[in-house]
Design a protein around this ligand. Structure first.
Ligand code: PMP
Length: 312
């Protein structure tokens, strides 16, 4: 799929991707005043069907981000039914029959409006793009970032606001320049929060642990799915504070996200994770990776409420 030749949704209609523009004087360009979500489309080759994963939850999170950022007119013009129809049409117009991602952005659609938000018009854009590898699926080597995650009273990490991504971009940049694949973000008090675009889980003594949502992190929909799947597999999951040194001694560590999917972490600050030390992915991570993939593609029928058969 060549997204540059695709059809996008912009404001209230479908247009060629190359014609979907915002002005150089617009609030999202000038101040990062936009919110977004990315969800996956998974292709089932046997059934020749495409499934969107947890679409309603992605819409709900968009609504939450809008609420936090006071994008008040968004909820007046968009409800879930309209959103779902837009996604159906987008998939249909682009004849999607492969794994893909959809990015939906809601932006303050005003020119030279300064940093004002409340009462200004909001517009929605959406486009489909290929499910590339934002990080190697086989596993990544990460560092602890020297930057700190933006705190709830600065730019809430819970809101998926584009301007806030300058924070994790600094972390990702630092990691890449220093020869790592990605970074782990600590909060201002030194607690582990998440990766740069994914949540984090560690395994200790057969128990999965992930930072609780009252730390500065995005409430990932994949994170929520993994908590439930692991629990249903009989694996205990704790949501609590995670400290830096626990990362170094964990048996397994992985990150989760709609784009990152489930990606194992092989080393942190050059300390190899787990007892294998041979690049093998741990057993719990492997089981969860397989199950999550099967659920998304409807290879197994569990969790039907998470999938929406969409388009072809
Ligand atoms: N944290 C951050 C900062 C992210 O950008 C993402 C990706 N959306 C995630 C976590 C994972 O969220 P989700 O599982 O909903 O994609």
């Amino acid at each position: 799929m060549d997204y540059s030749k695709s059809i996008a949704f912009m404001r209230d209609r479908f247009v060629p991707f190359v014609d979907a523009h915002v002005s150089i004087a617009s609030s999202p360009v000038l101040y990062g005043l936009s919110i977004y979500t990315v969800f996956s489309l998974s292709w089932n080759e046997k059934e020749k069907k495409l499934y969107a994963f947890r679409l309603k939850d992605h819409f709900r999170r968009l609504v939450s981000s809008a609420r936090i950022m006071d994008f008040n007119s968004f909820a007046e013009t968009w409800d879930y039914d309209r959103f779902e129809k837009m996604v159906h049409d987008l998939v249909k117009k682009n004849n999607i029959a492969e794994d893909a991602l959809v990015r939906v952005t809601v932006f303050v659609d005003a020119l030279l409006a300064g940093t004002k938000i409340h009462g200004l018009p909001m517009a929605l854009s959406a486009y489909v793009y290929p499910m590339g590898e934002i990080v190697p699926r086989s596993g990544i080597n990460v560092c602890i970032s020297s930057w700190r995650r933006n705190s709830d009273n600065a730019i809430p990490s819970r809101a998926k606001v584009n301007g806030g991504y300058a924070n994790v971009a600094l972390m990702k940049n630092e990691a890449l320049v220093n020869g790592y694949d990605d970074a782990i973000a600590l909060d201002e008090n030194g607690a582990v929060t998440e990766g740069t675009v994914a949540n984090i889980f560690i395994e200790r003594g057969g128990i999965l642990i992930t930072p609780a949502v009252n730390f500065d992190l995005l409430e990932g929909i994949t994170r929520d799915s993994i908590i439930r799947i692991a629990h249903d597999m009989g694996i205990e999951v704790l949501e609590r504070a995670v400290t830096r040194s626990e990362l170094y001694i964990a048996g397994e560590v992985f990150i989760t996200g709609s784009s990152a999917r489930i990606t194992p972490i092989l080393s942190i600050d050059r300390r190899e994770i787990g007892t294998h030390g041979d690049g093998r992915i741990g057993p719990i991570t492997t089981r969860l990776m397989e199950k999550y993939e099967d659920i998304q593609r409807a290879h197994i029928k569990d969790y039907p409420e998470w999938r929406l058969n969409i388009g072809v």
